[in-house]
Design a protein around this ligand. Sequence first.
Ligand code: SF4
Ligand code: SF4
Length: 757
Amino acid sequence: MAEKLGVYICAGCDIGKSLNVDELVDYAKKSKLASITPVVKHSAVLCSPEGKAEIEADIAANGLDGVVLCACSPRVKWDIFQFGAVQVERVNLREQCVWSYKEDPKVPNQMPLIAKDYIRMGMMKLSKSRVPAPEMPETFQTILVLGGGFTGLNAALEAAKIGKDVVLVEKAPALGGKAATMYKSFPLSAPFTKAEDTGIAGLIDAVNANPKIKVFTSAELVSLEGAPGLYTATVNAGGEQKLEIGAMVLATGWVPGDKTFLAPMGYGSIKNVVTASEFEAMVKAGEIKRPSDGQAPGVVAFLTDVSLCVQGAHAGSAEVCAPIDPLPEAAPAGEPEVVAYPSKESAKHLAYSSEITSLVALKQAGYVREKLAGSMAFVLYDHMMVPGINERYYKTAQDDAGIMLSKATITSVKQDADGGVLIGAKDTLLGADVELKADLVVLPTAVVPVTAFEPTLNLVYRQGPGFPDLEMFDGFADSNYICFPYETRRTGVYAAGCVRQPMTMATAREDAAGAVLKAVQCISSANRGVAVHPRSGDMSFPVFNFQRCTQCKRCTEECPFGALDDDEKGTPKPNPTRCRRCGTCMGACPERVISFDNYNVDQIGSTIKEVYVPDDMVAGGPRVIVLCCENDAYPALDMAGFRGKSWSPFVRFIPVRCLGSVNAIWVADAISKGVDGVIMLGCKYGPDYQCHFVKGSELCSRRKTNIAESLGRLGVEAERVEQYEVSIDEYDKVPGIIDRFMTEVITKFGPNPFKGY
Ligand code: SF4
Ligand code: SF4
C-alpha cells in the first residue's frame, strides 16, 4: 500500500482560473487520509520542469511512496510524471471537471464539489495500491513457425535475421505451400506494374541454408504445452521430439473454398468453366488449354462475381439476385478434390469478396496475354478492388488493348453448341446488355483459412486445443483487425498471412515480419514480467487468495485468453505469461478471491465510496457513477472534454481496465450507498466486437442481467444500471449518452430508494 502520499494540485490549463486551488489544498490537508499525506501543495504548472523538480524534491525529503497529481488526464504527460518506484495517481481535473463542466441552474456551483470528490477518490485509490512484484521467468528464445509456405518461410528468415533460433514445421513433404503451385505473384516490387516470379525457390533455399532455422517437413505439431516464453512443443516428424519454444507464428495459410457454390455460374456442368486455382495450375504446368478439347482458347473471360442475377435489374436497394445453392453432387467427375467443410454451418457461402479476387483476375488475364499470342481476356467485375499501390497494376491491365475490363452483372452462363461459353451480362460500362462468347471462363477461388478445417492447434489449454469462436470469423484466426493485427486469443501465438485474412504475397511478407516482431516482443515481455498489448509494460498479474476459492470455475471459463488452467478440483492454476491483465477474472469472481496489487475489488470499491452523495437529490443533485473502460471510453471522454463538450455535473468517472473487470459488488456498493445510477461505458460487443480484451464488454452485459435481477429483488429499478457502447472516435456521442441517462432514467425514476440509509 502507498503509505506516504503527496498531493499536488495544478493551477495551469484553466484549472487555477476555474477553481480555488488554495481551498482545494486546505481541503486535501483535512481529508481522512491526512495522517499519511505529509505533502499537499499547488503548483502554477505541474508539468513544468520546476513543477516536476518540486515533486522530486518532496519525494526525497519526505520519503513519499505515492503522489496524487490533480491536473490533466493520465493519457497525457505520462512521460513527464514518472518517479521511479513511486506510485502515481492522476486525478483528471482538467478534462473531467474544468473543461467539461456544465452548470445546472437548479443546483449551481458544482465544480468545486466535483474537484473535491475526485481528489478524495484519487487519494483513496492510491492508498490502496501496491507496486506490483512481477514474475520474471527465464524464457526460451526459439520461435516456432507453423507452416512452410510463403508466409512461414518469410517469418522464419525474419526471425533468424534478428538472431532467433527457429523451428519450422510443415506438414507437407516439401516447403513452399501454395506459392510453389503458382506461376507468378501480383507485383511484389516497384514499379508494381507487372506480375512477378513468387521467389519461392529462393526462399526455400535461403531457409534450408540458414543454420538458425531447423526445418521439419512431413511433420505435425502434436502439442504446444505451457505458456509464452515457456512452451514445450512436441513435434512428430517420423518420431516425436520435444522442443523448448518461446512463441509461435501461425502461418498455416489457406485452402481453396468449396467449389460447389460456383454451380450457378456453370461450374461442374460446363466443362470450360474452371476456377482460378485450376487455371493457375494449368499455367504453371505450361499450357492454357480448354478442358473440353485441349485447344488453346482465343477468348478467356474472368468473372469476379459468383452470384448470378436471374430476375432482372437490381431495383433500388432491393436485392433480387438468386441465392446460391450448392451442387447436389460434391464435384464433377474427374475434377480435382472438392474440399469438404467440417460442418454445415461453416459450409455456408462467404457473403463477401476481397481484393484478391480482383487481383487474381488481373494477373491471370495477363497470363492469357503472355502465353497466347493474339488472344483476348475479358474481366467482368462487380467491384474492382485494387487498394493502394496495386492501382498501378490495374492501370497496366487497362492500358493493354488485349484486356477488356468492364463492370458487369452476370445474368447467365450457358454452354454453346461448339464448346464455347455464352455469358449474359447487364449494367456494363457499355450501358447495354451484352452476350459475350468465351472459349474458357475462369471463376474466383475462395480463400478459406486452414483453421476453418483444422481448428485444433493442439494447444494444451484447459479452454481447448484451438482458438475459440473461429466460426464467427469464417475460420480466420481472430486478430482484432484494427488494433492488434497479429494477435490471437492465445498470448504467444501470432497469426500471419492468409490464415489471418485473404492477402497478397506482398502483404503476407510484411505480415510475416510483423508477427515475428510480436513473437519476439512477447518472449521479451514474458522474461521481464510485463504484459504484452494492450497493457504493454504492465507488471501486475492476478493474485489468488485460494483459501476463499469455491472452485466455481467462473474465472477459468471467462478468461478470454485461456490464461487460467485448473486442477482436478477446479482450483484455478494461473499462467502469468499468458495473462493480459484485463481483470476479467476479477470481475467474474463472486468470492472476490482475485486481485491485482494496483487494481483490486477493495480499491475500486473504496474509491466509489468516496463519491459524496447528497441525501436530498433535489437540493444537492443526483449522483451517477460511470465505470469507464480505459481503452476507448476514457479517451473518448478526454477528447470530448478537450473539444469543449460538457455534460451533467452529477456524474463521476472511474476508469476500469476493461468492463470485463467490473465486479458486481462495485455496482451493489454504489447503489446501496445511495448513488442514483451506474453507467458502464465500454467498447462494442457482439460479432464485430471492439473490446480490447475480446469479450470483456460482452461478459459485462451478461453480468448486468444478473445485477438487474438482484436490483429488482431489492426494489430498485433495473434501469438505474446501464451499459453503453462507445468507441474512441465517438467522443461527440458521450455527452448525449450521459445527459440522456440523466433525463430518461434519473429524472424519470427519481432518487435511489436507498438514499440516506
Ligand atoms: S481474465 Fe484477464 S487478467 Fe484474468 S487471467 Fe485472464 S487474461 Fe489475466
Ligand atoms: S471465480 Fe473465484 S471462486 Fe470461482 S474458481 Fe475462480 S477464483 Fe475460485
